[in-house]
Design a protein around this ligand. Sequence first.
Ligand SMILES: *[C@@H]1O[C@H](CO)[C@@H](O)[C@H](O)[C@H]1NC(C)=O
Ligand SMILES: *[C@@H]1O[C@H](CO)[C@@H](O)[C@H](O)[C@H]1NC(C)=O
Ligand SMILES: *[C@@H]1O[C@H](CO)[C@@H](O)[C@H](O)[C@H]1NC(C)=O
Length: 249
Amino acid sequence: MDSFNLGTLLLCFFLRWIDGADADSHWTYKDMAQWSKSFPDCGGVWQSPIDVETSALHHDPSLMPVKVVGYHKPGHDPFTLSNNGHTVKMSLPAWQLGGLPWKFTAVQLHFHCGRDWDGSGGLAGGSEHTVDGRRSAAELHVVHYNSDLYPNVSVAQSQRDGLAVLGVLIETGDDNNSAYENIFKYLEFIKYAGQQMPIPSFNVRSLLPTDLGRYFRYNGSLTTPPCYQSVLWTVFAEKVTVSRTQVRT
Ligand SMILES: *[C@@H]1O[C@H](CO)[C@@H](O)[C@H](O)[C@H]1NC(C)=O
Ligand SMILES: *[C@@H]1O[C@H](CO)[C@@H](O)[C@H](O)[C@H]1NC(C)=O
Ligand SMILES: *[C@@H]1O[C@H](CO)[C@@H](O)[C@H](O)[C@H]1NC(C)=O
């Protein structure tokens, strides 16, 4: 990881650029301190993201490795990549997530890259979750809803046990990451809020770290408004790396 604060990540540039665009829902990172006025849950006690303090972790031997079913068999239907004015989002087929107290079903994945307003008109780049205070360059979230208890994500998202999100911390390095290129190469075509396009399906398992058995688990929330306190979080300990050239303008 280096220099993401200097804005060399295309993804970060991109997300900075679209933040505050004329989005469907009315919030920006700049107004973060005011979120709870319009979205009461944003003042909740389970608010995510968090800093993972590794010295304060409790090992829980009853936790099983996360099991992703279907991720590596993308099928032939294209995925839909969209810009919702806050983030880059990709729809997912109804794949299953196992190893959790309930069966969860995949909905979408999206990226985060910077949320702290740096005071000079730009977002300080980086992941949302930090480990011992250390921020990664970006973060991938794969969102699932509790399909044992709820009919769809709209109903589930506001329920205490409604969602399970996988968090992947992304660093930058020397080697190109071909899995992430399946998404990055289309970003330039969805620069404007509201734009979307079909992209060829690919093995989504390859976006995740190799080791799905080591992770940080906690009860938290959506990280952006409406901040529903409804997420069982799994943030993987192993990080993934994308190259600097791959994400540079
Ligand atoms: C979700 O399920 C509820 C209850 O069955 C239904 O009223 C609603 O239309 C569904 N929403 C979507 C987006 O399918
Ligand atoms: C999350 O909350 C549920 C109760 O809603 C509890 O059973 C579970 O142990 C909690 N998990 C963690 C990791 O705190
Ligand atoms: C890595 O990806 C970038 C952007 O797609 C490309 O320009 C570069 O040639 C690639 N480098 C290698 C070593 O494949």
